[in-house]
Each structure stands twice: as structure tokens, then as C-alpha cells.
Design a protein around this ligand. Structure first.
Ligand code: TRP
Length: 449
């Protein structure tokens, strides 16, 4: 079978960055910062993203390009031993399951974004009741918009790699950055913003060793870079051999981390601005009210301050965010679909609809049991499954795969790889630092409870 491939380096970086940039950056990261004491979380996050998540990302990209297949096929290719082949398959399948569950909650939040994008449109044509409905938390709205979002995801994935994924990403990301920067500039003129900025940028060093903070930061970094489930492995499998994979991976990491950082620069000060205008952000104990809905309270409060243009800005912002979520959700659905298409020779369209429908059922189950299921599912997949599976990906790339094969794969698009700083550090990193750190953190967290 002809494998799809990205048509250019920029196309790949944008698509992989598009997969990485999404709710994790603009909804997840600021929410975690706000729940975990501000600057201390930011500092730990930045460290973990570059020192642990980037090497793990490289492990997936390199193995993916070498194997030119999804994780369930790729991981067993790294060893001759039967038992290890079986383990590889198991890790790949655990990744598929995790990714399906992640998509099921992702679609719910993405649906909120889309309904918030439509709300200003509704009110501008006089439908203020509709607009209220769109912005209020209800089962009906959640069902409707989860369905809309899932169908959009299924349609794009059904269409295939370069047609679908690449086309959607190119224009959207620069527009998103521009609107974020403009909003930050505006927000900083409002009362309370500077206090928020301090909270965001000045770390409270006494908190940086808190186990729960570190676990949350690690989960957040793995979620944001889409690791541990074979998603980036698949993107690697679509990358041309002429590209310098080390550089491409670094760009994806930088873009992803930068966008999260910029989003925090907007949301955290905006919380303080909203509080100044009387929006309740914290409860009596100083904990966040409804942390999952943070940006959906804070941002509308900010847009309301802007007068007439606020509606327009609100529309543009939430629409761009919905698109950013879409470029991520297609990367999520791509993982199980690629497996079924390649492993079981099912047609792409059919596979997209069947798997997409199963995920939708799971989504609806969460919508109907929101109070107890939503947070639980997020915690299990992002804080436990992803880092633990990421650990296995590192073990496969570092211990089970031959060093020479890894090097020759990297050298394909990067002739001097063997003398590079990357090659001096990375093999050692995926062998020891990443697995040990992830392991120690879990032990520490379990003991520290
Ligand atoms: N990283 C994306 C975000 O931040 C979400 C995402 C896309 C993802 N693909 C993934 C998360 C694979 C985990 C695994 O919104």
C-alpha cells in the first residue's frame, strides 16, 4: 500500500505542531497553573517539557520513521525476541485504548469551545436566548456539540493524510498566535492584570518539590506533546527521510511549549482581572471554582469589558480554538484508524466511522455521568497511562532497539548526527534519565500521599 507522506518540512512541522497544540495548551496548561500555585508549576513544567518530554518525543518520531508503521507494528520490529515483540504489541495496543479514551473527553471540551464560538453570532442576530443556551452548561448542549465535533473529526480522518491533516493546519496557527498576543496586550491595560502576571511569573520555590505538582506537570507535558500513545510515532512514520528529524522534533517542542506559555500569559492575569470585576474565581478555601470551566468563565468576562468589538473577538478566538482542537482531535483518531487500516486492511473511511462511533459512545457516557467520570478519566489517562506508556516507548527506543539502527535512521536526514550534541545526550537520556525519572516520580507520589 502507498503510504501517505507530508509534502514538505514546513507542512510536517505545522501538522505535528497542530497535533500538539490544542486544548492542552490553552485549556489544560493555564488551568493547571491556576490550580497548582502559579509560577512554581510553570517552572517545573518548562523543565520537564524540555528535559523529559522532548527526548520521549524524539523516541517516538525516530522509531515511527524507521518502521513506517503504527506503534502496534513498529514496536515489535525493534527486537528479534518473541517475548519482547509481544510486549511491544501490548504497549501499542494500550496506547490505542488510551488514545480513544482521551479523544472521548477531548471532544466534549472541544464542543464547548465551538458552542462558545457560535454564541456571539447568535446574539448579534438577536437570538440572545440561543446565545445563553450555547454558553450554559447543559446535557443537551454537551451532547449536541460533542456530536458535531466528532463528526467533523471523522470526516477529516476519513479523507486521509495530506488532504486532511496538512491542509487544516497551515493558516490556523499563525492566526491563533496573533489573536493571543493582541488579547494579552489589551488585557495588560486592565486593573488586576499585573498581580496576575506576578503570580504567573514569580515562582514560589517552596512548592516545586510537591509530588502532586510534579505529577501534574509531567502529565501535562506528556499530554501537550501528545506522547505515550503512538500518536507522534505515526506522525514520524509520515515524515520524509530527507528531513533532519532532530531539528523538526525540536521545533515541534518549542512551538508547543511557547503556545502554552503565551496562553498562560493571557489566562492567569485575566483571572485576576475577572476577579476585579466581581467574577468569582476562587472558593472560600482559595481553591479554583470549577477548574475545568476556568477559561469559559474568565475569557467571556474579559470580552465583555471590550464593548462592541468584544463579540467579534470572542467569535474569532473561540473559532480558532475550535480549529486548534480539531487539528489535535484528528491526530487522536488517526492512531486507532491507522492501526485498523494497516493491520487489518479495512478501508480508511469505514475504519474512521466505526472507531469514531465507538469513541462517540464513550463521550456520551461521560456527558451523562459528568460529575464523577470526567475528571477521573482525564486523571487516569493523562497522569498515569501516558507517562507510564511513555516510559515503555523510551525503554524500547533506548534498550531494546539497536543503537546503530537508531543512529542510521537519524543520519538519513542529518549527515553529521554521530558527532552531534544530540547523539551524545539522547541515547543516554532515553535509557536512563527518562525511565528512571518517571519511575521515581510515581514512587515518590505514591509514598507522598
Ligand atoms: N496535545 C494535544 C493538546 O494539547 C492533544 C493530543 C493530540 C493528544 N494528540 C494526542 C494527547 C495524543 C495525548 C495523546 O491539546
Amino acid at each position: 500500500m502507498e503510504r501517505g507522506q507530508f509534502s514538505s518540512k514546513l507542512g510536517f512541522i505545522m501538522a505535528a505542531a497542530g497535533a500538539a497544540v490544542g486544548l492542552g495548551n490553552i485549556w489544560g496548561f493555564p488551568t493547571q497553573v491556576a490550580s497548582n500555585g502559579g509560577g512554581a508549576f510553570v517552572l517545573v513544567y518548562l523543565l520537564l517539557a524540555f528535559c523529559l518530554a522532548y527526548p520521549a518525543l524524539m523516541a517516538e518520531l525516530i522509531v515511527g520513521r524507521y518502521a513506517r508503521a503504527n506503534a502496534v507494528i513498529a514496536l515489535p520490529m525493534l527486537s528479534e525476541r518473541k517475548a519482547l515483540k509481544r510486549l511491544g504489541q501490548g504497549v501499542g495496543i494500550a496506547g490505542l485504548v488510551t488514545v480513544a479514551v482521551i479523544l472521548s473527553f477531548y471532544a466534549i471540551i472541544a464542543g464547548w469551545l465551538f458552542s462558545f464560538a457560535l454564541a456571539p453570532l447568535a446574539s448579534s442576530v438577536g437570538g440572545s436566548q440561543i446565545s445563553d443556551w450555547l454558553m450554559a452548561f447543559s446535557i443537551e448542549r454537551n451532547v449536541a456539540f460533542t456530536l458535531i465535533f466528532m463528526v467533523a473529526t471523522i470526516l477529516i480522518i476519513g479523507a486521509g493524510v495530506s488532504q486532511g491533516i496538512e491542509r487544516w493546519t497551515k493558516g490556523m496557527m499563525p492566526a491563533l498566535v496573533l489573536i493571543l498576543l493582541a488579547l494579552i496586550a489589551y488585557m495588560l491595560t486592565l486593573p488586576g492584570a499585573i498581580d496576575g502576571l506576578k503570580h504567573y511569573l514569580v515562582p514560589d520555590f517552596s512548592r516545586i518539590f510537591e509530588p502532586s505538582l510534579i505529577i501534574s506537570a509531567l502529565g501535562q507535558a506528556f499530554f501537550s506533546l501528545s506522547l505515550g500513545v503512538g500518536c507522534m510515532l505515526i506522525y514520524g512514520s509520515y515524515l520524509s527521510s530527507n528531513e533532519n528529524i532532530v531539528k523538526v522534533g525540536a521545533w515541534v517542542t518549542i512551538i508547543d511549549v511557547a503556545l502554552a506559555f503565551v496562553a498562560g500569559l493571557l489566562i492567569i492575569p485575566a483571572m485576576y482581572v475577572a476577579a476585579h470585576y466581581g467574577v468569582e474565581i476562587f472558593d472560600k478555601n482559595g481553591d479554583l471554582h470549577d477548574s475545568d470551566k476556568l477559561i469559559f468563565t474568565v475569557l467571556p468576562a474579559l470580552f465583555a469589558q471590550m464593548g462592541g468589538v468584544g463579540q467579534l473577538v470572542s467569535f474569532a478566538f473561540f473559532l480558532l480554538m475550535s480549529l486548534a482542537a480539531l487539528t489535535s482531535s484528528i491526530s487522536l483518531l488517526e492512531v486507532p484508524v491507522a492501526y485498523v487500516v494497516e493491520g487489518h486492511k479495512v478501508a480508511r473511511k469505514r475504519a474512521s466511522w466505526v472507531i469514531g462511533s465507538l469513541v462517540t459512545l464513550l463521550s456520551l457516557t461521560i456527558v451523562f455521568n459528568f460529575e464523577w467520570l470526567f475528571g477521573l478519566v482525564i486523571m487516569i489517562t493523562t497522569q498515569y497511562s501516558q507517562p507510564i506508556l511513555g516510559l515503555f516507548f523510551c525503554v524500547f527506543a533506548g534498550w531494546i532497539w539497536h543503537r546503530d539502527s537508531a543512529l542510521s535512521e537519524i543520519k538519513k536526514g542529518f549527515a553529521g548526527a554521530q558527532d552531534s550534541l544530540f547523539w551524545k545526550i539522547w541515547p543516554w537520556y532515553v535509557r536512563f534519565v527518562c525511565p528512571l525519572f518517571i519511575l521515581l516520580m510515581f514512587i515518590h507520589a505514591l509514598w507522598g500521599q
